[in-house]
Design a protein around this ligand. Structure first.
Ligand code: AMP
Ligand code: GLY
Length: 423
């Protein structure tokens, strides 16, 4: 079978790498891919959100399975276009994808489905929003309703901070249209956890848990990013807890979507906070996480393609045969200086040739330049290591990250370290 992966990040590189190992995969294409994906697949120069060109490509190449990577493609209806043309698609249509693209939609769905989440209110005016923040003594999360690349959330510890955040979004419009509606939430405390559920719109199969690190700097300091690293599995998260989260969060969400006539096929990402009162859903995403996918997929010992295909075709078994490598994986993102703010690209990258054995290097912001690969984005590569324990996996990931050199490169050395402390 020919498989088309839509997207260009390290998540898509990991998906292509895993799909290419399947005996079912005759050929894997990535549109548009990056400087690393040609190692495992064929790059096609079609943008991830150009639905019509993508469908044309799929017809020409007789694609048997389409896998949608990024939220931007979900949001423009790439899934709808492919389904309309009769292709099996892993990844939801645009309307059920609103579970990610509109935080107001997601919170409303959580409430309707009885999913445990932070108390919240939706605002379009600054004065009542400030009022609500005051009632919560400024301990609130202020969220832009629309997509803001993981940066549209300001977690506040005082009324002054909350007022400034509300002002920035509603009055100064720092997030443009994405911030014309705000969700204010009570601030929760506890470790975070990501649990993915692969679904065909009816059945939901949870995957092993992952923890990602969103802040730019060591020790969880600095601004929120799309994710600077991840590891799997986080210490102390038992399979029973994952099943409980599937029952309390993932399954009710898919059922509530179905009740609204919105069939969801693909992977549903639940971002959770483990509070003293139990797990609380923070957000949903309509896709695999990045960098979560880069640590999850290398741990998968069984074939990924039958799982994706069953989800796409709507015949997912209740308990599909999945095998997981017991060894933990740690992923460290090497980013461009300045990310998640402004940064320059076009710097030559050294060291990609000498990746230590056992380390996987998934590319994101890389592209061919006049003398080898050069940088082309904020997150440049994810270096993934596996090991007998988290510490060994972390050391392996860092041994890859340290070799990747370009002007302004930076990465976090503490990804997975909290697990060493806790466990
Ligand atoms: P979101 O885009 O909604 O996942 O939010 C991004 C990040 O902000 C989360 O991963 C949390 O670290 C933090 N966050 C979001 N909502 C809350 C909340 N209610 N309380 C505390 N932190 C939050
Ligand atoms: N790592 C967070 C995300 O993919 O949204």
């Amino acid at each position: 079978m020919r498989i088309l992966i839509v997207g260009s990040g390290a998540r898509e590189h990991a998906l292509a790498w895993k799909c290419a190992q399947s005996p079912l995969a005759e050929r894997v294409y990535v549109a548009p891919g990056n400087g690393g994906t040609p190692e495992v697949a064929r790059n096609v120069a079609v943008s991830a959100d150009d639905s019509q060109k993508l469908v044309k490509l799929a017809r020409k190449e007789k694609i048997g399975l389409v896998v949608i990577g990024p939220e931007s493609a979900v949001a423009v209806g790439v899934g709808d276009e492919f389904r309309h043309a009769g292709f099996p698609v892993f990844g939801p249509n645009r309307e059920p994808g609103r579970i990610e693209t509109s935080k107001a939609f997601a919170k409303d769905l959580m409430r309707a489905a009885g999913i445990p989440t932070a108390d919240y209110e939706i605002f379009t005016e600054a004065a009542p929003a400030r009022e609500w923040a005051r009632a919560h003594e400024g301990h609130v999360a202020v969220k832009a309703d629309g997509l803001a690349l993981g940066k549209g959330v300001l977690v506040c510890s005082s009324l002054a901070e909350a007022d400034a955040a509300i002002d920035a979004m509603l009055v100064q419009k720092t997030f443009g249209r994405a911030g014309t509606t705000l969700v204010l939430e009570e601030r929760l405390v506890g470790p975070e956890l990501t649990v993915f559920g692969v679904t065909d719109g009816e059945r939901v199969v949870p995957l092993p848990p992952v923890r990602d690190f969103k802040r730019a700097r060591e020790g969880d300091q600095g601004p929120n990013t799309g994710g600077m690293g991840a590891y799997s599995p986080p210490a102390g998260i038992t399979p029973a807890m994952v099943e409980e989260i599937a029952d309390m969060v993932l399954r009710p969400a898919v059922e509530e979507l179905a009740r609204r006539g919105l069939e969801y096929r693909g992977v549903l990402y639940a971002g959770l906070m483990l509070t003293a009162h139990g797990p609380r859903a923070i957000e949903f995403n309509a896709r695999f996480g990045d960098p979560e996918a880069q640590v999850l997929l290398p741990r998968m010992a069984s074939d990924l393609v039958p799982l994706l295909l069953a989800s796409a075709l709507g015949d997912l078994p209740e308990r599909p045969h999945l095998e997981w490598d017991p060894r933990p994986a740690v992923g460290v993102v090497v980013a461009s200086g300045g990310y998640p703010g402004t940064y320059e690209t076009g710097f030559p990258i050294e060291g990609l040739g000498g990746v230590p054995p056992g380390v996987l290097m998934f590319h994101a912001g890389t592209r061919p330049g006049p003398s080898g690969l050069q940088t082309s984005g904020g997150r440049v590569v994810t270096s993934v290591g596996m090991g007998a324990d988290i510490e060994q996996a972390r050391m392996a990931a860092l041994s890859g990250a340290v070799r990747v050199r370009f002007a302004g490169a930076y990465y976090r050395t503490d990804i997975g370290q909290e697990a060493v402390r806790v466990g």
